[in-house]
Design a protein around this ligand. Sequence first.
Ligand SMILES: [Zn+2]
Ligand SMILES: [Zn+2]
Length: 450
Amino acid sequence: MSVSIGYDHDSRMVISGLECKCGLAHNEPKQDIYVGEDIIRNVPKYIRKRGMGEKCVLVCDRNTYEAAGRSVEEYLKADGFSVTLCMLVREGKVVPDERAVGEVIMALSRDTEFLVAVGSGSVTDVTRVSAVNAHLPFVSVGTAPSMDGYTSIVAPLIYRGAKVHRSANCPDVIVCDLTVMSKAPEKMFVSGVGDVLGKYIAKADWVLGSIINGETYCTASGEIVIEAVDRLLNNIPEIKKRTILGTRILIEALLLAGLTIMIIGHTRAVASIEHNIVHYWDMSMLKKGKSEPTHGTAVGISTYLIWPIFEAVAKDGFVKVDKEIVKNNRLSREAREKWVLGTYGDENGREIIRENPGDFLTWEEQERRIDRAFMCEEEIKKELSLLPDRKRIEDAMRLLGSEMTPGEIGIDKKTLNVSLRCAKDYRERYSLFKLLDEMGVLEKYLTMIK
Ligand SMILES: [Zn+2]
Ligand SMILES: [Zn+2]
C-alpha cells in the first residue's frame, strides 16, 4: 500500500497513491485543504483560486474572532472582498442550535456568494448547515485541532433541546493555520486526541464487520487512519507542548480521518461503538437540560473505557456460548423495538428502527454469525491484537491532562450503564458489541468495565 500525504508549494495537501483493491469507488477529495504556518494571510488567494465570488458572510464567536476572525476579515477586505460579520455572542459557549443557525441565515443577503466559518466544532457546524440550506459554498478556517469534523458532511446540531444530525456539505476550502491552532486552549488538544484515539476501535469494528458479514473494508482508508493515529500516539509529548509540529500531527490525524469520509462516502473509518456511546451521553445530558460533554474528550473516555473488552477477546478469544440458551433468550421483534424506544425515546427510537431495518435478525442469521465468529476466532484475535496496549492510551490521556472517567464529565452511573447496552442499537453498522450481544455474552464482557 502506498498512500502518501504531501503538500504543494502553497501548503495544499496532496494525497497520492489512493489505489486500493477493496472494490469500493474511491473519490479523490475535491476540497482544497491547506495546513501550514502563518497561512491565514493567504485565505483571499485560496478563495480566489476556487472562484467563489466576492461577497461573503464571516461566521465566528467572540473567541474565534480574536484567534483568527479579525485577521481573516482584514485580509479579505484588503483584498477587495465584501465581508459581513456574523459574530455569535453568548454568555457561555456557543451551541449549534436553531438560534445560532437562525442568526447566520439572517446575516445572508440575496447576493451573498459564500460563507466563511472561523472556529472549530460549533461554528463550523452552524455554518455548514446554513450554507447547504442557502445553496452556497463555504470556507472553513479552523482555530483548534479539537475534532475531526472539518471535512464532515454531517452537522450535529441541537434542535428544540435534542440532538439531531443534518446532512450538509464539506467546505470547499479548509485552512488550518498551525500558528493559530497551536494557541488554542489545552483542553481542545485533549479533545482532538480523544477523537483520534477512537479510530482504533472504529477500524477494529470495521474489520470485524468484514470478517463476520463480508462487509467491504477499504484497506487504503484503514491505512490512512491508522498511520495517522499511530503517529499521534507516538508524539504525545510534542502535542502536549502544543508545538507547531505537535499541532500538525494532531490536525493531520483529524483531517485524514475525516477525509476517508470523502474518499469512500461514509464514516465507517472514523466512528463506531465509541461514538455511539458518546451520542447516548450527549442525548441524556441535553434531556437533563445540561450541556453536552466536549466531543473528543468524551470519545477518548469511552474508548479507554471499553478497551478491556477488545483486549480480552484479542487475548483469549470468545467465552463459551450455549446456542440453545441464546436461542431461547432472543428478544422478539416487539420486545426489541420496545427496548430501543425505551432507551432512545419515542422520536429518536422510531428513527433508529426505521433507519436500521437489518438489525432484527432471524435465528438462522444469528446462528450463522455465532458460528462464523468461532470459525474465524484466530483471525479476529489477530486483528484485535493490533490495538496498542491500553496502558499507552491511558498514558497519553494522563499526560495530556484528560479526564479519564465518564463520572468526571458528568455522566452518572445509570446513564453509563444504559449507554453500554444500547450503543450497539444506534446503527446497523457492525461492532464487537453487536457480535457479543448476538452471541448472548455481552453482559459477561461488560463486567470487565470498571
Ligand atoms: Zn468524533
Ligand atoms: Zn479502498
